[in-house]
Design a protein around this ligand. Structure first.
Ligand code: THU
Length: 133
């Protein structure tokens, strides 16, 4: 799927955002190596810290569906300034596909592309692999 279509998909799913506390809707479309797309929106809660970002919703849905490698994610939100994934989402995505691309867009079609490695140059790496118990 090309980037324009992935952005369009993220824009569409954004309408399902549950964000009555921030009033800020975010949509994400995550492209798996299989070619399948996984969708996410931010889902908030009256207990504010329980809110989950659109990117992680898409990622967790994908992993539960059996997909663990991804080529790119499109993220769409309103406003002039493009949003980029928060630190938690960067680390969560890095776990599965450090080489993926991040495509950020607003509703007017302004687009900026990043690499995940560029956005998260020093990720936390699995301590267990180094022999920690
Ligand atoms: N949010 C996302 O879903 N993705 C981002 O990349 C940044 C922020 C959500 C979290 C919260 O529901 C709302 O946007 C306002 O921060």
């Amino acid at each position: 799927m090309d980037e324009k279509k992935l952005i369009a998909e993220a824009k569409k799913i954004r309408n399902r955002s549950y964000s009555p506390y921030s009033n800020f809707k975010v949509g994400a479309a995550l492209l798996g190596n299989s070619g399948k797309v996984y969708y996410g929106t931010n889902v908030e809660n009256s207990s504010l810290s329980l809110g989950v970002c659109a990117e992680r919703v898409a990622l967790l849905k994908a992993v539960c569906s059996g997909e663990k490698e991804f080529t790119k994610i499109a993220i769409v939100a309103s406003g002039e300034n493009l949003i980029t994934p928060c630190g938690l989402c960067r680390q969560a995505l890095f776990e599965f596909s450090p080489g993926m691309k991040i495509i950020c867009s607003n509703l007017k079609g302004k687009v900026r592309k990043f690499t995940l490695k560029g956005l998260l140059p020093h990720p936390f790496k699995d301590a267990k692999k180094k022999g920690r118990r």
